[in-house]
Design a protein around this ligand. Sequence first.
Ligand SMILES: [Zn+2]
Length: 288
Amino acid sequence: MDLAPGGGGEAACGPGRYGGDPGEHHPDRPLAVPHLIEEHPLKADPSAQLKLLEIQELDARADLLRHQLASLPELDEIAALEASRLDLDNQSRDARIAVDDLTVEQKKIDADVEQVKTRRTRDQNRIDQGLISNPKDIERMQHEMVSLQRRIVSLEDEELEVMATLEDAQRTLDSLTAQIEAADERLTALRASRDERGVEIEAELTQLLAGRAPLVEGFPEDLLALYEKLRTNRRGVGAAELRQRRCSGCNINIDAAEIEVIRKAPEDLVIRCEECSRILVRTPESGL
Ligand SMILES: [Zn+2]
């Protein structure tokens, strides 16, 4: 059996290929009889075997569509955006808490200022109205007035600082809100594009599977089961055409002795490729 030009990609998956010159017949194998026929003799009408190639073609196209669905170009960007959107949400929540806290703080200082100012006005009025006559009381009140004025200045300085911090926090929150809106807008567009493409592919897939149903109706169960099992284990290809003495599943040429066995095998005998184990379907193009 020879490796076909450019067909070495599958050489490792077949049985009996553990070194040695690929041009030589493997010494452990019975020379003329492909052992897979002997181990699992399976019979199926030649027309069913041919139909298997049609099923295989449909399944390969369906696999491709499923792969396209799972790897739509929008999906990566959506996932990245959803992750950063979550991060922005957390940052925005923290920023809102900071703004709320600072707003409460500012209002509290503002109220304190008003309270001290009211007290100062009240004291001033009492002095102005001559309600206090005792010189010692007047002196004490004047001291208090100075102290109240200092307190007002200090509170107003504090308030200015809090207001500046609040402005910064509000700016941060506004920026985050804008980023979230932009992310949402992009996400909406991406999801719409993903859904649009997804619907198209799914429609194509549905149509394809509808075409497959009549093909497998009444199909020999054992052959279909073998095909499905091979498809799972052999990268989606369970049945391959024997074309010009070559397995089109693994692209390896079948050697003359095995071709001879296949030529003589009954038409309804299911042949398997010795290299890749796939079901080998004979057609007029097989070169037998
Ligand atoms: Zn093969």
